[in-house]
Design a binder for this molecule. Structure first.
Ligand SMILES: C[S@@+](CC[C@H](N)C(=O)[O-])C[C@H]1O[C@@H](n2cnc3c(N)ncnc32)[C@H](O)[C@@H]1O
Ligand code: SF4
Length: 392
């Protein structure tokens, strides 16, 4: 049985629309369409009320929301009336911790930048800007509608308004030169005072345009050794600029780790509202089993199902095995490692593999904390396979 007392609570709000669909993206995102603002407000509200009921039914021990995250899609395209209503309603229903972190993902186009002031007035205190590249050639390749000039405008405006700014970047393209990337990164970090960075190496996701292009030989990926080189050099550059790497792809200045994502990686409780969003709660009624709430993915279906009364597509009681593998997989992403008392049944770990990984200094296991050695973080998926299934 899980002996760990998860008592933090996060709320994820999904906005499913974007100006266009990027060829690499497999998120639940759809090209903008005309919507009825009041219908969306009603559906989000119904879901928030339903989740409050679930928290009570499952005896969840929490005091107010710790974090709220508007993700997407492109939530900076959300009508302000909807953002305002979600913030007001969730504050009324759950209450906000005094130091609540409220993040909103924004795309760097001028239309959305004008809304920054209003977002801040509504209570958003962390902005995550999807710059994606520091190079116009790669922005074009990624199918983005913005260019470097737009990134600069967005960051200049954001800097005047927010004290907590994060930027998302994709890197390690097939023809990218390491010194070009590090030069761009250094000059960027010299210009802007950022608190957080998420650096993702390009992945090819099934169902995307890039997946087809890759299959047909139009897109090449860099090999694993070069990817590792990009990864290690990025760590060095960011370290020089005072960023602490705290997760596989995430870096923060002191005091600015993303609290919301930490709650996912630490397997705390979270609620998910909006199309395709899911939430997970630990029910103290049923021997601390985990329950997953899955929303309808298609925006129109979600809207029609939630307009009159709340409805989830699926509510699943996760079995111990699935829940434990998830806790292990998420927890090992963190540089500070995982407290294994969060795992119900430690037999999911193959102890022979664990000994071998310890012997090779790939993993450490001390005072109940299991940790991947920083230098092997890029091989996390293979390490997990070996640890759980005993094969790589
Ligand atoms: C929900 S998405 C983006 C939010 C926002 N709409 C945007 O595009 O800026 C979160 C992040 O995942 C990253 N991402 C999405 N697909 C990716 C892929 N195939 N490879 C690497 N990173 C990816 C991007 O950096 C993106 O900003
Ligand atoms: S990457 Fe962002 S902007 Fe592009 S389709 Fe995905 S969610 Fe939308």
């Amino acid at each position: 049985m899980n002996k760990y007392n998860q008592n933090l609570l996060s709320l994820y709000v999904h906005w499913p629309y974007c100006e266009s669909k990027c060829p690499y993206c497999d998120f639940n995102s759809h090209v903008n369409e005309k919507i009825e603002v009041d219908d969306w407000i009603k559906s989000y509200k119904n879901q928030l009320l339903a989740m409050k009921e679930e928290l009570i039914q499952n005896n969840i021990n929490f005091r107010h929301l710790d974090t709220l995250f508007f993700g997407g899609g492109t939530p900076s395209l959300m009508p302000l009336k909807i953002v305002e209503s979600i913030i007001d309603t969730s504050k009324k229903i759950f209450g906000f911790k005094k130091d609540i972190e409220i993040t909103l993902e924004a795309n760097p186009s001028s239309y959305e930048t004008k809304k920054f002031v209003k977002f801040e007035q509504l209570g958003i205190n962390r902005i995550s800007i999807g710059a994606q590249s520091l190079n116009n050639k790669y922005l074009g390749f990624l199918g983005r509608l913005h260019n470097i000039k737009d990134v600069k405008i967005a960051l200049n405006d954001a800097s005047k308004i927010f004290e907590n700014i994060s930027v998302d970047l994709i890197y390690a393209f097939h023809d990218q030169k390491i010194h070009d990337w590090t030069n761009e990164l250094e000059s960027f970090l010299n210009t802007y005072n950022l608190q957080h960075l998420s650096l993702y190496q390009l992945t090819i996701e099934e169902g995307t345009k890039f997946f087809k292009d890759h299959k047909n030989g139009f897109i090449k990926l860099i090999d694993n050794d070069k990817a590792a080189e990009f990864y290690n050099i990025s760590n060095i550059v960011l370290n020089d600029f005072g960023f602490i790497k705290y997760e596989v792809s995430n870096y923060a200045k002191k005091g600015f780790k993303c609290k919301h994502n930490l709650n996912y990686w630490n397997s705390e409780n979270w609620i998910g509202v909006g199309p395709g969003a899911y939430g997970r709660l630990w029910s103290s009624n049923k021997n601390l089993n985990r329950i997953e709430y899955q929303n309808y993915k298609n925006p129109k279906t979600w809207l029609s199902k939630n307009l009159l009364q709340p409805e989830f597509e699926k509510i699943t009681k996760l079995n111990t095995n699935i829940s434990d593998i998830d806790t292990l997989t998420m927890g090992l992403r963190l540089y500070e490692g995982l407290d294994v008392s969060k795992i119900n049944d430690l037999s999911i770990i193959n102890f022979k593999s664990l000994e071998e990984l310890k012997k090779r200094d790939i993993l450490s296991f001390k005072d109940d904390v299991l940790k991947v050695n920083k230098k092997y973080m890029i091989k996390l998926n293979s390490i997990l396979d070996y640890l759980i299934n005993h094969w790589i």
